[in-house]
Design a protein around this ligand. Structure first.
Ligand SMILES: [Zn+2]
Ligand SMILES: [Zn+2]
Length: 256
């Protein structure tokens, strides 16, 4: 399985060292979140992505969704499918595709010339696409949010999305075979644990507690580090001196 961590910042030399926005691309055709999906590559380079799963409506996970859908629109009934909970779809239509921030691509999608198809998903459900099975599990964030267990028969990858301390996704993931990688957030430094608790994110200390909920030896990749405190968070993660913990890289395609 290929997992590309879509880059979301640039510097003078190319891909920047910050992750302002969140998107992953699985095997070229499936995206998890659309924070930066629509800002990446030339427009036609985005069109191989045919399925977009949205974990929750926070802007760092949906910011580029309108641009991505515009870039992919070709008037063909075989359009992009948006997979999201009813809460997320309702939120997107009310607050993003509302005719003011952006045209109502959901309401405007006629069967003959759709901008997107909508597939409502619920926690506990599994969807199979292009040989990949994606299981949706609710996690514990400030607003309703789901994480994903992604399996291709050879490898299993876990993307819990934004979450504070959580249980259900680990309970299910512990029984999966061949868990090759977990992309787990480490948003705030330990000194800001009050804010992590309030916003239901993780600090490095919280990251370590979650990490221990999976079998020893599971590879954890730290992502979603708030740019303002990036050096501090990375220092604290490195200080854990955990042999299976690494810092996520942007623009990199992980192969599992
Ligand atoms: Zn969030
Ligand atoms: Zn986020």
């Amino acid at each position: 399985m290929k997992v590309l961590v879509v880059p979301s910042s640039v510097n003078d030399a190319g891909v920047g060292d910050d992750q302002f926005l969140i998107s992953y691309i699985i095997n070229d055709t499936i995206a998890i979140d659309a924070g930066c999906l629509g800002f990446f590559r030339p427009a036609l380079g985005q069109t191989p992505v045919r399925h977009v799963f949205i974990s929750h409506t926070h802007i760092d996970h949906v910011a580029s969704l309108p641009i991505f859908l515009e870039n992919c629109y070709d008037g063909n009934p075989d359009c992009v499918t948006l997979h999201a909970s009813k809460t997320v779809v309702d939120g997107l239509q009310k607050d993003m595709f509302n005719g003011r921030i952006w045209p109502d691509f959901i309401g405007m999608s006629s069967p003959s010339t759709p901008f997107m198809k909508v597939n409502l998903i619920e926690s506990g459900e599994s969807i199979e696409i292009d040989g990949v099975k994606i299981t949706v599990i609710s996690v514990d964030h400030l607003i309703p949010t789901v994480g994903y267990i992604i399996e291709d028969g050879t490898s299993t990858v876990i993307i819990p999305s934004d979450t504070g301390p959580t249980e259900e996704i680990w309970r299910i993931a512990r029984h999966k075979q061949n868990v090759k990688g977990v992309f787990l957030e480490a948003a705030f430094p330990n000194s800001m644990s009050f804010l992590a608790k309030l916003s239901k994110h993780l600090t490095p200390a919280g990251f370590e507690i979650e990490l221990e909920k999976m079998p020893r030896g599971t590879r954890f990749i730290a992502i979603h580090i708030k740019s303002r405190w990036r050096d501090e968070v990375i220092g604290e993660l490195n200080a854990l001196d955990h042999p299976h913990l690494e810092i996520g890289e942007f623009g990199k395609t992980y192969e599992f």
